[in-house]
Design a protein around this ligand. Structure first.
Ligand code: SF4
Ligand code: SF4
Length: 391
């Protein structure tokens, strides 16, 4: 007897054991975007591939019925693109269907769910989007703004090359009013905007956004000396946060407690959630994360783990479930004195590897991480000092 791919191996779960992290189910509702950001990793955007409701419905039915593969007590239904708000009617249908179906199945996710939309913000004010926001409190929205106009418009441009800052900025007050306390943004740092890092993040704080999830891109974009610019910019950001007394109330993930130490074998997990998330493309194919779709890959073929018809193939999943830090790192990284917090992207690792392995870690970010660690240490020393003075 052969194993059915839908019910592959009893007891095997796409689940991180005993923790209670929510399951991320990501719908790539379209491969199109109305922007053409210069640093975008979606290298093959197109208007041809849009998800239909039939595909979305089949994916939801599969996920909700395969309880042994998805035993998490909670779910985040995620919508990305391209630009997901281009498909607002579909998102509306998906949200309604997940509520209906989890209720009918008496599924624990009926009570424990959230929705998340990651958008460029340009369509936030439109009637359909606004109706969805009003009717669904559990929909979290993340809008990306890369600082003031002269910086944001360096990279975040429309298809015709014109800047998008004015259109995004116009929607920020409405977003902050509708989602007070729940509005974070993402800032992506690449070579071009690196010299503006402090200005960008302080500008975003000035808009009333208190959480900035910032990262340096993992791709090979860095020039010699960029690490020193990063370090100077992070010191400048810290100066601004202390001068404006933002260090208690505002958070930028460049400054994180606990990064920059050596890691032992008791800290050997994979960095990213690849394999424990589920991404669904417009055709109903499943992936370990959205970076394994064809439109995110430059050199390698897409890497599916199943589809809505056959379910997840656990044999294809195995290499993802077995990933650890040391199994994909060089000896230099394993022995590194500051490795904690040094990140990687599994999809980029796969795209850049010498063979089609996912076990070869890309380290273009090495000097940037070391610079971050140095500035981060100084930031937290200042926090300790400021707390001591304030008693
Ligand atoms: S808005 Fe997002 S998906 Fe669109 S081009 Fe920019 S980075 Fe890419
Ligand atoms: S990439 Fe560089 S900083 Fe990161 S763990 Fe490896 S050696 Fe350390």
């Amino acid at each position: 007897m052969t194993d059915s791919p839908k019910r592959p191996f009893p007891g095997m779960q796409l689940y991180r054991g005993e923790n209670t992290l929510p399951k991320n189910i990501t719908f790539i509702v379209t491969e199109e975007c109305n922007f053409r950001c210069t640093y975008c990793y979606l290298v093959h955007k197109n208007a041809r591939h849009r998800m239909s409701f039939e595909v979305a419905k089949a994916a939801i039915d599969y996920v909700l019925e395969a309880r042994e593969l998805f035993p998490e007590p909670e779910v985040i239904w995620d919508f990305i693109g391209g630009e997901p708000l281009l498909e607002i009617d579909l998102i509306d249908q998906i949200i309604e269907y997940t509520k209906l179906r989890t209720y009918e199945l008496d599924h624990p996710w009926f009570m424990r769910h959230n929705y998340s939309i990651t958008t460029n913000g340009s369509l936030y004010h439109t009637d359909k989007v606004q109706r969805l926001i009003r009717e669904n409190n559990s929909v979290g929205i993340g809008i990306t703004i890369d600082g003031p106009k002269h910086v944001h418009d360096l990279a975040r441009v429309y298809k015709n090359g014109s800047g998008t800052h004015a259109d995004v900025l116009a929607n920020i007050p409405l977003w902050l009013k509708q989602r007070p306390g729940n509005s974070g943004t993402k800032v992506t740092i690449a070579h071009e905007n690196l010299p503006h890092l402090a200005e960008m993040i302080l500008y975003v704080f000035g808009l009333g956004i208190k959480e900035v999830n910032a990262n340096c891109v993992f791709e090979q974009v860095w020039h010699e000396g960029d690490d020193l610019i990063l370090e100077q910019q992070l010191d400048k950001l810290a100066d601004g946060m202390f001068a404006q007394n933002l260090w208690r109330t505002h958070n930028c993930t460049f400054f994180s407690r606990g990064i920059g130490q050596p890691q032992g074998m008791d800290d050997n997990g994979n960095w990213c959630g690849s394999g424990f998330m589920l991404a669904i493309d417009t055709m109903g194919n499943f992936y370990p994360c959205n970076r394994f779709l064809g439109f995110s890959l430059e050199k390698r073929k897409e890497r599916m783990i199943g589809n809505i018809h056959d379910g997840i193939d656990i044999n294809i999943m195995r290499p993802f479930l077995a990933l650890t830090r040391t199994s994909q790192s060089s000896q230099e990284c394993i022995d590194c004195e500051v490795s904690r917090g040094c990140a990687w992207c599994q999809g980029l690792n796969y795209d850049e590897a010498d063979t089609s392995t996912i076990y070869q870690r890309v380290t273009y970010i090495c000097e940037m991480h070391k610079a971050r660690v140095r500035a981060n240490k100084r930031f937290w020393e200042r926090v300790v000092e400021a707390e001591r003075k304030q008693g």
